[in-house]
Design a protein around this ligand. Sequence first.
Ligand SMILES: [Mg+2]
Length: 431
Amino acid sequence: MEHIYAETDGQVYLVRESGVLRFPRTGEPLPFKTERQESMDFGAYRVLKVKPLLDHHPEEWLGRDAIFDRDDVDPVVKQAVYTTMIRCVSEVVLSKGARVLLVKAVRGFSKGHWNVPGGFMDYGEGPEAGVVREAEEEIGVPVALDGLLNVYVSGFPGKPSYTLGFVYQGHVLSEGFELKPDEIESAGWFTVDKGLTLTRNPFAKWGLVDFFLQSPEARRSLRVKRHGLFRDANAVVRPTVFLDRDGVINRGRPGYVRRPADFEFLPGAVEGMRRLQDAGWRLVIVTNQDATGWKLVPERQLARIHDTMVRGLRSEGVEVAEVYYCPHPLLRDCPCRKPRPGMLLAAARDFGVNPRMAWMIGDKVLDVATGRAFGCRTAWVGPRDWRARFRAEVRPWHPDVVADDLLGAAKAILRRGSAEDPRGSHDKVTA
Ligand SMILES: [Mg+2]
C-alpha cells in the first residue's frame, strides 16, 4: 500500500477519515487523472508523488504551508510535504592556476572525505554570503568570489530529499590557512582529475568539471593520449557514453590484445553501440593499456589495433568520436590511468560532455569508480560468474546499472533517457 501525494500550485489533495486529513491510498478512487512522478521511500511506508491532471486551480484543496499549522493532518502528510522542501548548499572552487583547493572534513556527511569549501546556507542567507562565510570559517583566510559556476540538484542515496547546490569559483587572498579545528583536518591544492577522485560530493564533482572547462590553465595542463579520430572537435554538449574497451567491446585476453588479429568483438557489443548512437548518444572509448605500459605493445601497434577496431565498427555503421588511451605503467602518477578520470575530462574539453548527461560502461570495478569520480552514471557489465567474484568490491561504488554485456547496458541506458535527472541517484540496483 502506498500513500498518494497529489499536489499542484502548492495545493495538496487530502481525504478526511475519522476527523483526520490524510493522503488517499493506492486502490482508492481519485476524482481526477494523474501522472506518476516519484516514489518517496520512508522505510516504514512509501509515498507516491503524482501530478494531478486538472483543468482548474483546486482552490478547495489544502495549501501546503497551512498543513503545518493544523493538528488534524496525518503525520505522513507532514513528513512528505516537509521532504519536498529543498535544502540549499553553497560551495566554492578556489583555484590557483590549474589547481583547486580541497579540504578534508573530520565530521558530518563528508567525514574522512575531501570536499570543496562550503556548506549549508543559514536561514535567510544568500548563496554568495553563505559560501564566503563557510569557506572563511573552514580555512581561516579571506576568499574572493569570481562568479557562479553553476547550480545543481542532487539527491542523497537512499534518502527521499534533494539539495540545491550553488557552486562558485573564486580565489584565496592569502595562503596562511588556519583550519577550523573541529571540522577540517587538512587542506591541499590538487589538479582537477586528482580532486575528482578524492571527493564524493556530486556538487563538488560537477563544479570541478565546470571549473575545468572554463579554466584555460586547467584545460591546457591536461595531457591525454588519443587515437586521433578528430581534427577540430566542436564542443557541442551531447549525451555521451564512455566505453571501456577490453571486456566490454572486445574479448579481453589473458595475454593482452597484442595484434589486430587478436581483436574480437564481443557478442552484442556492436549492436549495443549502434542502438546508443541511433538514439543520439556520442560514443567515446577510454582504455587503460597495461600492455603498452609494460612495453609489450608499442604505441604504433596499439594504433593499428585501434584502426582495426574503428574500421570494424564503421563497417557496421558505428562511429566512435575518439579513442583515449593510457599508455603508462601502473605506478606512474598520470591523470589518465583509470580510476583517475583524465580521459573523461579530456573528452569533456574536446567535445563538450556534461557529466549529468553521461554514462561510463565498464567491466572492472575501476571503470565504475572512474565514472563515479567524473560524476556521471555508471553501468557495470560482465558475465554472471565475473560479477559474483567482484560483487563486494563494486558495492561501495553503487553502479546505476548492472548488465551481462554492452547490449544489456545500452538497453538500460536507453530506458533511462539522457535528460539530467537528479532522481537517478535514488535508484537502487543489486549487483
Ligand atoms: Mg575492461
